[in-house]
Design a protein around this ligand. Structure first.
Ligand code: MN
Length: 320
């Protein structure tokens, strides 16, 4: 997945105060973008909403028709300072990375790549799947304690599932701790207190929340409303903090991703595929990728490497 390259996605702004708003939902429009060969709706980061817990990026991709030979088609590209979380509603994607991982992901499974100091990867057609591709890719900002560490990759074919509201609501824990609510915790590595859950909603239901965490919803399919506000598919719904539950009014059976976590204590800088703390760190990562030095390793992919222009702060005003 490729991150923001323009100021549209990332400016600092108001709205990060995390004010309690138990009967209110902030809905922000997504930014339409093209990632590889697919159109995506970028729900996070938004103007004034740069992180939700440690979650710092969410792209709803597809639905799109793919073939055996053309799919997401994101060629090798680098990451620093984050984890990529890939979750599909439909279809298959082949992940390859500089650690040598080669892993097809299918709906209901989790691909989790931890970049640490540096990793590169590609997301390709599988060579055999033909049909619809739809999913969400999200990033988690790594905390200071682990963001300079070694890269790693995990695939989880099975994830914990629970019916929280009888037939109304089934949930799959992608990552983190949904634990006060049925003892559910995902097996995937996470370095700060957070949760990511896939919700299948068939009737109005109430999702339990931790009042001290912040949350966001991305609707992938169907129609739900919170306090009368419909976060349409691909948009970000932010219920804020301070509430112990989230009432979901289901108008059409829906697939929803719920993100949450302890408000991230460290201000992050995001540029392209890099999450850091200073421009100097971003500049160093950009320089390594540009000159193809050894930092990001090599990915065995048939797709071309993704080039990128220098960060805007390196460019003369006329070049921007
Ligand atoms: Mn990526």
């Amino acid at each position: 997945m490729r991150g923001p390259v323009t100021a549209v996605d990332t400016p600092a702004g108001r709205g990060d105060s995390g004010r309690p708003a138990p009967s209110w939902l902030e809905v922000s429009d997504s930014h339409e973008a093209t990632v590889g060969a697919m159109r995506v709706r970028r729900a996070l980061p938004r103007r004034g909403r740069r992180t939700v817990g440690a979650w710092c990026f969410a792209d709803h991709m597809g639905p799109a028709d793919v073939t055996e030979d053309s799919g997401l088609d994101v060629g090798p590209h680098p990451h620093i300072g984050l984890q990529t979380v890939t979750w599909l509603v439909d279809g298959q994607v082949l992940h390859r990375d500089s650690l040598g991982s080669e892993q097809v992901i299918k709906p209901g499974q989790l691909n989790l790549m931890t970049s640490g100091h540096a990793v590169s990867h590609a997301e390709e057609a599988t060579g055999h799947y033909r049909g619809t591709l739809e999913g969400i890719q999200m990033w988690i900002a790594l905390p200071e304690a682990t963001r300079h560490g070694a890269p790693a990759f995990e695939h989880h074919a099975e994830l914990p599932r629970a019916d929280l509201g009888g037939t109304a609501l089934a949930s799959t824990v992608l990552i983190g701790d949904f634990g006060d609510f049925g003892g559910l915790a995902g097996p995937a590595r996470h370095d700060s207190p957070l949760v990511g859950v896939g919700l299948d909603l068939h009737a109005p239901a109430t999702v339990p929340l931790r009042p001290d965490w912040e949350y966001a919803l991305v609707v992938l399919r169907g129609a739900v409303a919170v306090h009368g506000q419909p976060p349409h598919p691909g948009r970000l719904g932010y219920p804020g903090r301070g509430s112990g539950e989230l009432p979901l009014d289901v108008r059409e059976p829906a697939r929803v991703t719920l993100l949450g976590g302890e408000p991230f204590p460290e201000p992050v800088i995001m540029w392209w595929n890099f999450v850091g703390r200073t421009r100097e760190e971003i500049d160093a990562a950009y320089a390594s990728w540009s000159r193809r030095d050894d930092r990001f390793g090599r990915v065995r992919s048939r797709l071309p490497l993704i080039p990128v222009r220098a960060p805007h702060w390196q460019q003369a005003p006329g070049e921007r």
